[in-house]
Design a protein around this ligand. Structure first.
Ligand SMILES: *Cc1c(COP(=O)(O)O)cnc(C)c1O
Length: 429
């Protein structure tokens, strides 16, 4: 197939994420990728600013990860997890239990982030059912959050950006506190927690859990909030006997400057969801870590088991590459890499602050965000980035990057320089 034929077939028959069939955006065929470079079928190379949505932290086609995958494929690509276990699952579970906060002792493997969130929510409900408080089965979250695209995840995504009105009547209706306004680097304002405090005080009798993204709100707005907010959430959850689910699917594995973003607040959640960077971007895999107490309460009560078991649970290929990726990360100087990225993003994106149409520029660790005053024109801006040799995929008002950790300073300067140039040239919608 020629590239044109490939693109034509794709346009006719294939859905892409958040895409329109009748008015599709520009589409690029990828031939291969290596390190921080994505090679298109037409021979062009793009410096990758997105890490394929937070996942490719070590860069593409990393020799260690590719070798782990090949080696595992020659032994065992898949076997059902009901009644069987295997070394890759045990290795990965051990690594995850070791690197996550102490009370988290049990691992449930899921096949995508959304499923992990779904599992965590279900566990929280089953826990209170088992604890004889079956009336505690509702959730409290904060606005501007994102937790995935399946129904129960959607119910705790921001109601506006999550388009709740389309699904109204079917989507469960949960409680939303105002989003935190006090930013990561601001001085703490104790009023920031008031809305959350009021809701948990009012509704705790029916709440099983609070679910939120610690410190970094990702797809719901790319916002960085104050660690004290999270500390207070933890305290209030304890006070009102409500579990805390930390969705670290985007933030996990160093992206926020700590291995897990909860560490910024020095707290441990009762349930922790990880995904995205877990396999270094090789395969879809996620996990829920949970305390032994929750596991035991669930298991002692009717029906005596946790009611979930995906077909591809703990897929050996995914577990093997995940264990290789996490090990590679913790044995690397990732803190140093992330602080260099932070520095480069700060310096490189600073010129955007004075551009017309720019509302805010913010950087935290490996994440750089330029928030516009109006939604960007994707039809114009996407090809403009590609013409400059970089891959940046904005959404709504947000032009943002979270590069692979291995990006060199020269490439980072090209990436941020391209963002400044494109935004300077761009016409607001
Ligand atoms: C991406 C994401 C999810 C969903 O993960 P998928 O693998 O896309 O299902 C859930 N929560 C957060 C915070 C995410 O960033």
């Amino acid at each position: 197939m020629t590239t044109d034929e490939l693109l034509a077939y794709d346009r006719q028959h294939i859905w892409h994420p958040y895409s329109s069939i009748s008015s599709p955006l520009s589409m690029y065929a990828v031939e291969s990728a290596s390190g921080v470079r994505i090679r298109l079928c037409d021979g062009r190379e793009l410096i990758d600013g997105m890490a394929s949505w937070w996942s490719v932290i070590h860069g593409y086609n990393h020799p260690v990860l590719t070798a782990a995958l090949k080696e595992q494929a020659e032994k065992l690509s898949h076997v059902m997890f009901g009644g069987f276990t295997h070394q890759p699952a045990v290795n990965l579970a051990r690594t995850l239990v070791e690197i996550t906060p102490d009370p988290l002792d049990l691992v449930f493997f899921a096949d995508s982030g959304s499923v992990a969130v779904e599992v965590a929510m279900k566990m929280a409900m089953q826990y209170f059912h088992g604890a004889g408080k079956a009336e505690k089965k509702r959730f409290l979250t904060i606005r501007s959050g994102y937790h995935g695209d399946v129904f129960h995840c959607m119910s705790v995504c921001d109601p506006v950006t999550g388009m709740h009105q389309i699904f109204n009547g079917v989507l469960p209706e949960y409680h939303f506190a105002d989003r935190p306004e006090c930013c990561f680097h601001d001085e703490w304002d104790k009023n920031d927690i008031c809305s959350f405090e009021k809701l948990i005080d009012e509704h705790h009798a029916s709440l099983c859990a609070v679910i939120l993204e610690p410190i970094v709100q990702g797809a719901g707005g790319m916002r960085f909030y104050h660690p004290q907010y999270l500390k207070n959430v933890r305290k209030l959850c304890d006070h009102y006997d409500v579990l805390l689910i930390a969705d670290e699917i985007a933030t996990g594995f160093g992206r926020s400057g700590k291995l897990f973003a909860c560490e910024h607040a020095g707290i441990a959640p009762d349930l922790l969801c990880v995904g995205k960077a877990l396999t270094g971007g090789y395969l879809s895999l996620a996990a829920v870590l949970v305390t032994r107490e929750i596991g035991e309460i669930i298991s002692k009560a009717e029906p005596g088991v946790f009611m979930h078991g995906p077909t591809f649970m703990a897929n050996p290929l995914a577990c093997a590459v995940a264990n290789a990726s996490v090990t590679l990360l913790i044995e690397s100087n990732w803190q140093e890499r992330i602080s260099q990225l932070e520095q480069g993003l700060r310096v490189g994106l600073a010129p955007c602050k004075v551009l017309k149409g720019v509302a805010d520029v913010r950087v935290l660790a490996g994440i750089g965000v330029v928030e516009m005053t109006a939604p960007v024109n994707m039809k114009h801006i996407q090809p403009a980035f590609v013409d400059k040799g970089v891959w940046v995929r904005p959404f709504g008002h947000l032009v943002y990057v979270m590069p692979p950790y291995c990006m060199g300073m020269d490439d980072l300067a090209v990436l941020t320089g391209a963002i400044c140039e494109v935004l300077e040239e761009a016409q607001p919608l």
